[in-house]
Design a protein around this ligand. Structure first.
Ligand code: GLN
Length: 304
């Protein structure tokens, strides 16, 4: 497979999309990110890395962090997680409140904001320092001990995160948030505020492509069955109310964030990350989604 050639074709084909869509504005620190940034990195299980564009540049991973917190919580409490969070696609925006009222404070899945707030709450109850633990996990899986929080983004989101505070208070009224809301939000915003590059993201997802084991070091993270379940959630819920469209066009389990990143895995083969800050109305990267669609089309590789 000539990944170099394929990545450069993709870059050319997605360029017209840089000027479409909108960069996130509701988190003020993200509003000034140039819309014509674009990076893509493919990392194989054998450790080969192929990149194009701004693949080495760090950006705000935002909701991609939900995959890491889900992994930590699932590893820790297993099936008990499903007493507090569902595993169905939401069909609603990532920060929606309406479904929560009908479903009595139980979020549809762990990959929307409400679900991830419950993950943060569980980590707070079960561990001493959930902010540090997630960072340690991401540094290990990405192979880069320098990965860190972007404190400006975290502070910025704290000021404007009214919906997230509302979601957490609402779930607390249903007894599905057990810790003080401010503490839960502090953990959640920190997790969203990690800065990583496409290269680091692609490598950090390899354990999900490799049945739960980091291929480089052979370190066990989760069981084969747990990796299967997390990948299934990524496929059905990883792109919010656009998960169906993403599965249809791309055909890989993936997770997006409003920083413009998307990471996807092809089990037993590779991890792939893209970054394009201009988003569609659902909050998913326009160029990123197109790039992944072109990637699976040109390589002929997907889970289907
Ligand atoms: N930190 C963002 C929020 O809570 C994450 C949302 C996202 O990436 N979709 O609103």
């Amino acid at each position: 497979m000539n990944y170099h050639q394929i990545l450069s074709e993709i870059y050319n084909e997605v360029t017209p999309l840089f000027s479409k869509g909108k960069v996130t504005r509701y988190i003020p620190a993200l509003a000034s990110v140039p819309p014509d940034k674009f990076g893509m990195a493919v990392c194989t299980l054998e450790g080969e890395m192929f990149t194009i564009g701004d693949a080495q540049e760090s950006f705000s991973i935002q909701s991609i962090s939900k995959v890491y917190s889900l992994t930590l919580v699932f590893k820790m409490i297993g099936e008990n997680l499903w007493d507090r969070v569902g595993k169905e696609p939401s069909g609603n925006p990532f920060n929606s409140l309406v479904q929560l009222e009908y479903e009595r404070g139980i979020p549809r899945n762990p990959l929307i904001n409400a679900g991830s707030l419950v993950l943060a709450d569980i980590l707070l109850s079960k561990t001493r320092d959930p902010k540090k633990d997630l960072l340690v996990f991401v540094r290990k899986t990405s192979g880069n001990p320098a990965v860190d929080y972007d404190n400006a983004v975290i502070a910025s989101e704290k000021i404007t995160g009214h919906r997230n505070f509302a979601l957490a208070h609402f779930m607390q009224s249903f007894n599905n948030i057990h810790n003080p809301v401010d503490d839960v939000l502090d953990v959640y915003f920190h997790h969203c505020g990690i800065a990583m590059s496409c290269v680091e993201l692609a490598r950090s997802f390899l354990f999900l492509a490799n049945h739960g084991v980091i291929p480089d070091t052979d370190e066990y993270i989760i069981s084969k069955s747990e990796a299967k379940r997390i990948n299934a959630l990524l496929l059905t819920c990883g792109l919010y109310d656009e998960s169906g469209d993403f599965a249809f066009r791309v055909g890989l389990p993936g997770k997006s964030g409003v920083g413009g990143g998307i990471v996807a895995v092809l089990p037993e083969k590779l991890g792939v990350a893209v970054w394009g800050p201009s988003l569609d109305p659902s909050g998913n990267s326009l160029a990123g989604t197109k790039a992944l669609e072109l990637f699976t089309t040109k390589t002929g590789m997907s889970v289907f």
